[in-house]
Design a protein. Structure first.
Length: 472
């Protein structure tokens, strides 16, 4: 077994972009390892406090383009959003501070561990969380790095004491090519991250390289009803194992699926083993696929499918993944991270399954202009599944785009939806959305927010209003 501190000296880390989901997870891991952490993020100011991370001990500093002489660090870690070319990173280099990307830091922390890496366009965070949950429940004490916070543990990162680490492995900026998996999971591939991959061939090549980084005695677990995943699997030098929700004759076959408001139930038939019943408390067909991938990966490190299935019955999910946020004057509040047409469609489909007789009011903030333009018609088709759509301007994220272009593109999407017969409206910001909810929301409505930006803040404000009302 690997010791908690990995036999490293206690170091001083400077985390640039420390409020992001990945860096927050890293902060928890480094806190577990007893390192000293200082964090900086552009979102922190006198008016905006840093996030509360119950499992990370970070001294937060306000953002500055100049690295203060008072900052004393052995290692500077930068987030993908900050990037290696940041003036702060260059100043750290000039001062002789060791500089690492987020993923380079993870590799250094976990260099003695066996890496279980979860990649793919959709379901990475939930599948990583499920696999980590299974291994933890079965006494394996894994490390983990997850792009979302688990509801049960309130953690997204953990050093762990066991020989395995479960790593969410994102293709953005090809960062997943930093890892060297013993077990690789590929949940499926669709066009995304248009700013990183100019065409599908370039994107496929990155996933092929990921598969080829798996150790020769390792395994790639892939979704066989995805054509692009099948092509990647054919390129792998390691053993492969397939799973699917729609096919037979594969290694992990699903049948007798039942979906309801409480979750899902299905039969899982592993090749060469007896069939077993799996029950999940997280709803949605997509979560069945996530669970099968997690069970298959756990089996590769010695966890029996029956043990894994029993553990998953207690899995409560990940924040911002169809997360129930409460009830506001009778309206059910649900938040999801969906920002790709497929994820939007699956989230709305799940809402229809969980709330079959209720009006679904979807609030959507498109994420990135290039993604919204490239998948414009797909977004319109997916959003049609809602009864009413409240659109915010595109959240440009790392793009340098004028706000008027963000508004224009969302306005085009509103017009497209109305032409298709779906009531849709454009709002300038969250305050206007909140006013609309108070003005026209019905007690029987489901308010479903979707997006990778700030839509979760709507629920924060609605719950604050309820608290103020209850105190008054």
């Amino acid at each position: 077994m690997v010791g908690v501190r990995e036999n490293h000296a206690r170091l001083r880390y400077l985390l640039l972009g420390g409020c992001g989901s990945g860096m927050s997870a890293l902060a928890e891991i480094l806190t577990d390892a007893n390192h000293i952490l200082t964090g900086m993020d552009q979102s922190i100011s006198a008016a905006c406090q840093p996030p509360f991370l119950p499992h990370a001990d970070v001294e937060w500093l306000p953002w500055s383009e100049t690295l203060s002489s008072s900052v004393d660090a052995d290692v500077c870690v930068f987030s993908p959003a900050v990037g290696r070319r940041s003036p702060l990173v260059q100043q750290a280099v000039a001062r002789g501070i060791q500089v690492q990307s987020l993923h380079e830091c993870l590799v250094n922390v976990y260099k003695a561990r066996q890496q279980l890496c979860v990649a793919g366009t959709h379901g990475k965070s939930t599948t990583t969380a499920m696999l980590s949950w299974v291994l933890e429940s079965c006494g394996r004490a894994p490390g983990c790095f997850i792009g979302g916070r688990q509801i049960a543990t309130q953690r997204s990162g953990q050093l762990g004491q066991g020989q395995h680490v479960v790593l969410e492995s994102c293709e953005f900026n090809r960062s997943f090519l930093t890892f060297s998996p013993a077990v690789g999971v590929l949940t499926g591939i669709e066009r995304d991250h248009f700013d990183c991959f100019p065409n599908q061939d370039d994107e496929d090549a990155a996933f092929v390289e990921f598969a080829q980084r798996i150790s020769s005695d390792g395994v790639l677990i892939y979704r066989s009803d995805c054509r692009r995943s099948r092509a990647v699997a054919r390129s792998a030098a390691c053993r492969t194992a397939s799973f699917s929700l729609d096919s037979s004759g594969i290694d992990w076959n699903v049948s007798e699926t039942k979906l309801d408001a409480a979750g899902s139930h299905f039969q899982l038939q592993p090749r060469g083993r007896r069939s077993l019943t799996v029950t999940l408390s997280v709803p949605g067909r997509h979560n069945i696929a996530n669970a099968v991938a997690a069970i298959a990966a756990a089996a590769e490190v010695g966890v029996a499918p029956e043990e894994a299935a029993a553990a998953l019955a207690g899995f409560r999910g990940v924040h911002r993944r169809f997360e129930r946020r409460g009830v506001y004057h009778g309206m059910v509040l649900v938040d999801d991270y969906a920002h790709h047409p497929t994820a939007v469609r699956e989230t709305l489909r799940t809402a229809r399954q969980v709330f079959p007789n209720q009006r679904i009011v979807a609030v959507f903030e498109p994420h990135q202009v290039v993604r919204t333009r490239s998948l414009f018609l797909e977004f319109a088709e997916a959003l049609q599944m809602a009864d009413e759509v409240l659109l915010l301007p595109v959240f440009a994220a790392r793009e340098h785009v004028a706000r008027r272009e963000c508004c224009r593109l969302s306005g085009d999407l509103v017009r497209q939806l109305n032409e298709r017969g779906t009531r849709a409206f454009l709002f300038a910001g969250i305050d206007q959305i909140l006013s609309r909810i108070d003005y026209s929301g019905k007690p029987s409505d489901v308010l479903l927010t979707m997006g990778a930006g700030r839509t979760n803040l709507i629920h924060d404000e609605l719950n604050r209003r309820l608290q103020r009302h209850s105190v008054a």
